[in-house]
Design a protein around this ligand. Structure first.
Ligand code: FES
Length: 337
């Protein structure tokens, strides 16, 4: 159970987490009028104001380093929500922090693949160096350390991110050196992707604002090169083996226009269908699994009929409801074999 940041007594609970909400430290930067202006800019991007809540919470974090009680109140006021509603969202997602973060957020993947390749050993070593546990910040304010669930980069395991930028295929020594460099104030370049900034900088980017200060540095960041070799390993192996994916079933081409009437008796013996309808029937009938059949049925020009069946055999109760049976006073199961 957890206190919701911004709730009047600080005692509202969600049952999602046991972390206490840390009160605002004395040196917390205030949320200025400029922040409100930018919050309204975010709101204007959406047809429904409340859709702006997620980037607004990132905006709060870009200024204060976490979702503070003041930040919850600002979002609630601007969106016409209650603080409890804002808090319920802020406490659901792990990217929203309830205590002030350090200059950098270091996330160590300890899910299955990374863990068996050393992710847990990396986390333990960093925790010992920093003197912290999960979701705690080093005493010098440089780094907040956290366990992370799969970071969607299993082909680079074990993976560490700093402010959501990737540092691939780490081991204990390389991760310790990475964190030591961060604590010295350096910003080692990520293995791939944009250059490293800091937690507040990337939070601003997640709120939809530029953190690069101009078109040229932004373009350089977006176009940054990276090693994507591991991601392409499967493709390379398939090419070496001469393997390829089975062909996709594209839409069949209608026969060339011969000038003859197009609605006629088909090879199947059915009449009254255009070539497109009969081809669609054939695609439904040829589907060899329920998902493929459903997809073919959705694309059928006669959507709603019993596809792949000759006309006149559609499902009862759809196009041709059967005539009502006279009441007999028997149960529905009477008369069955
Ligand atoms: S298990 Fe670590 S990135 Fe997927």
């Amino acid at each position: 159970m957890s206190s919701l940041p911004g709730s009047a007594e600080g005692t509202a609970v969600t049952g999602l987490d046991s972390s206490p909400v840390q009160p605002a430290p004395a040196d917390l930067p205030p949320l200025t009028e400029q922040v409100r202006v930018e919050a309204r800019e975010i709101i204007a991007r959406y047809p429904q104001p409340r859709s702006a809540l997620l980037p607004m919470l990132h905006l709060v974090q870009s200024v204060q380093g976490y979702v503070s009680p003041e930040g919850v109140a600002l979002c609630a006021e601007e969106l016409g929500l209650t603080k409890a509603e804002v808090g319920a969202v802020a406490t659901f997602y792990t990217m929203y922090k309830r205590r002030p973060t350090g200059r950098h957020l270091v996330s160590v993947c300890t899910n299955t693949l990374c863990s068996v390749l050393g992710g847990q050993r990396i986390f333990d070593a960093l925790a010992a160096d920093l003197g912290v546990h999960h979701d705690e910040t080093a005493a010098d304010g440089s780094v907040t350390l956290e366990h992370a669930e799969c970071l969607a980069a299993c082909d680079y395991a074990p993976v560490v991110t700093v402010d959501y930028e990737f540092y691939d295929q780490q081991d204990v020594d390389s991760a310790r050196e990475l964190v030591a460099a961060l604590r010295r104030g350096e910003r080692p370049h990520p293995t791939r992707g944009a250059p490293l900034t800091d937690f507040r900088g990337v939070s601003r980017q997640l709120a939809g604002f530029d953190q690069y200060g101009g078109a040229a540095p932004r373009a350089a960041a977006v176009d940054a090169e990276g090693d994507i070799g591991p991601t392409l390993a499967g493709l390379r192996l398939a090419a070496e083996r001469g393997e390829s994916a089975p062909p996709m079933h594209g839409p069949e081409q209608p026969p060339a226009d011969t000038g003859e009437p197009r609605e006629t008796t088909r090879p199947s013996g059915r009449t009254g269908e255009t070539p497109d309808e009969e081809a669609a029937d054939a695609r439904v009938a040829a589907a060899d699994n329920p998902a493929e059949r459903a997809g073919a049925a959705q694309a059928h020009p006669d959507k709603g009929a019993e596809y792949g069946q000759p006309r006149g055999r559609q499902r009862a109760g759809t196009e041709n409801p059967p005539a009502a049976e006279p009441a007999t006073g028997t149960t529905p199961t009477d008369g069955k074999a």
